[in-house]
Design a protein around this ligand. Structure first.
Ligand SMILES: [Zn+2]
Length: 291
């Protein structure tokens, strides 16, 4: 019985036709209809098209609004160079969690993606890389079997193609609907990254708001270089849980990118508007040092 349970397929592949339908819906903007958007950082009401022109950063307080994985890829990867891996991979409810399939279907409809990560290859100013971008709009970017499998395959592709790997993280943690299968993804991805490391290939992580739980406790913090967007929430357990456990008040700004930079957990905080240039510089330095 237990044997059967482990052998159960944890993901399936969806048809090309449904992927095409999703692509048609993709063309719609992701910000809700309306001309104005209220900033979560300072409360200022911002003109939507100004916000989009500024890569969804508040011009008043520098608050970085969350991006979908597709928006992120459009921002970072050179036009028409992105080739996606494993686009049709979809979860098959490995522990038969009640209501999970319906929830996933609803997420597919709302976000037009099949899972909480998009992986593929593309160029950054002509430098080819393998990229994984998590999406917090899909079940809070939680990591289940498909997220783990897609990232592991992308790492293996990096090794095969001898390309640098960049992962943009955003996650609420492990996906509870997949029980221990989601926790196992931490070890699986980390083991693949260890192979990448032995091959001497570059691995950059870019932490975006929020990066928490099992993702922080595994591949988010394993980057050779760890970048973060300003004021991103980065942590393992929630602040309230920690305070209740240790019965102590936590310092101001705890679990914010700035606090983590000060304490040596991350290498640099980079504004979204400078991110592509910064990544290009790191890639060029690395390429030069290899020859
Ligand atoms: Zn603001």
């Amino acid at each position: 019985m237990l044997n059967k349970f482990f052998k159960k397929t944890k993901y399936i592949t969806v048809s090309q036709e449904s992927l095409r339908r999703n692509e048609e819906v993709d063309k719609k903007p992701s910000i809700p209809d309306g001309m104005w958007v209220k900033c979560d950082g300072c409360g200022e009401v911002l003109y939507k098209s100004d916000l989009e022109d500024n890569n969804r950063i508040c011009s008043k307080c520098n608050h970085h609004f969350r991006l979908t994985a597709k928006e992120r890829i459009n921002l970072i990867i050179d036009k028409d160079t992105f080739v996606e891996f494993d686009k049709g991979m979809k979860t098959a409810n490995p522990i038969a969690f009640e209501g999970y399939e319906e929830k996933i279907q609803k997420m597919n409809r709302n976000t037009n993606i099949n899972e909480a990560v998009i992986t593929g290859t593309g160029d950054i100013f002509g430098e080819q890389i393998v990229i994984c971008v998590m999406d917090s709009f899909f079940m809070m970017g939680s990591m289940g079997s498909v997220v783990g499998e897609k990232i592991t395959r992308a790492v293996e592709k990096s090794i095969e193609l001898k390309l640098p790997l960049i992962i943009f993280t955003t996650s609420g943690g492990a996906r509870m609907q997949e029980g221990m299968f989601s926790l196992m993804q931490m070890a699986k991805v980390s083991a693949a990254l260890s192979k990448l490391d032995k091959e001497g290939l570059l691995y950059i992580t870019v932490l975006t708001d929020p990066t928490t739980g099992g993702v922080t406790a595994s591949f988010a913090m394993l980057g050779d270089i760890i970048l973060s967007e300003p004021k991103a929430l980065i942590g393992f357990a929630g602040k309230r849980v920690i305070e209740q456990t240790i019965r102590q008040k936590l310092p101001e700004g705890f679990q914010k990118a700035e606090f983590l930079l000060e304490h040596g957990f991350i290498d640099k905080i980079v504004s979204r508007n400078d991110l592509k240039n910064t990544l290009k510089k790191i890639l060029l330095i690395h390429n030069r040092s290899r020859y």
